[in-house]
Design a protein around this ligand. Structure first.
Ligand code: BG6
Ligand code: MG
Length: 223
């Protein structure tokens, strides 16, 4: 049996708020400009993945080899980020996904710590617009880590900063790369999305409204 559940570590984009959709729309605009057959299904591969790696995946859809220089690649990534920043500028506190405020409240009452583990360099802007700066014990974003998801680094850094063992944590993700990162960190993995995308998760919920502190405690106890 594992140690008692001591912390829940949340991904940000697509778990706390629907910025996964904003990332998708920004990449879709770039994909359309370049005439690439970018679909929502393919976008599942980009979730949780760093900006430049996402661009590399998007460009891999081209039927002909694209030989962009590093400057051109950086310019495309920057343009996607500008589009994304326009979208997240509109984010407000009511954009927190259903079930998240209740879950955070209950975890706090139970003395279970919380953290954000995000692959995004825009994580702090999103959290600020949601007015959630005070709601997590720790926030770890892309600026603090060397290796992006699926590497476990961001989840391990969050656990370390919280002062808890990885085995005492549950991680919550909407990305395939994120669930892999949680599993590699030896944490209990909760996925949000379609069950068929997450064969490695310990449990998959279709949406955040289904999250529940007692169920997370029980799930962690079983793993
Ligand atoms: C992750 C998103 O949280 O952050 C990815 O799931 C995104 O879609 C990645 O590519 C990097 O984000 P940013 O904001 O630094 O471009
Ligand atoms: Mg995500």
């Amino acid at each position: 049996m594992s140690d008692k559940l001591q912390a829940v570590i949340f991904d940000l984009d697509g778990v706390i708020t629907d910025t996964a959709e904003h990332h998708y729309l920004a990449w879709k605009a770039i994909g359309d400009e370049l005439n690439l057959p970018f679909t929502r299904e393919f976008n599942e591969n980009l979730k949780g993945v760093s900006r430049l790696e996402s661009l590399r995946l998007l460009l891999s859809l081209s039927p002909v080899e694209l030989n962009y220089s590093e400057e051109q690649l950086n310019a495309l990534a920057e343009r996607k980020n500008d589009l994304y920043k326009e979208l997240i500028a509109q984010i407000k506190p009511s954009d927190v996904l259903p079930g998240i405020p209740e879950l955070l409240g209950k975890l706090k009452r139970l003395g279970i710590k919380t953290a954000i583990a995000s692959a995004s360099k825009n994580a702090f802007s999103v959290i600020k617009n949601l007015k959630m700066e005070e709601q997590f014990d720790i926030i770890v974003d892309a600026a603090e880590i060397k290796n992006s998801k699926p590497d476990p680094e961001v989840f391990l850094a969050a656990a370390e900063q919280l002062g808890v063992k990885p085995e005492a944590c549950v991680g919550i993700e909407d990305a395939v790369a994120g669930v892999e990162a949680i599993r590699s960190a030896h944490m209990t993995a909760v996925a949000i999305g379609k069950k068929e995308h997450f064969p490695h998760a310990h449990v998959t919920y279709s949406c955040t409204a289904e999250l529940n502190a007692d169920a997370l405690i029980e799930l962690h106890r079983q793993h």
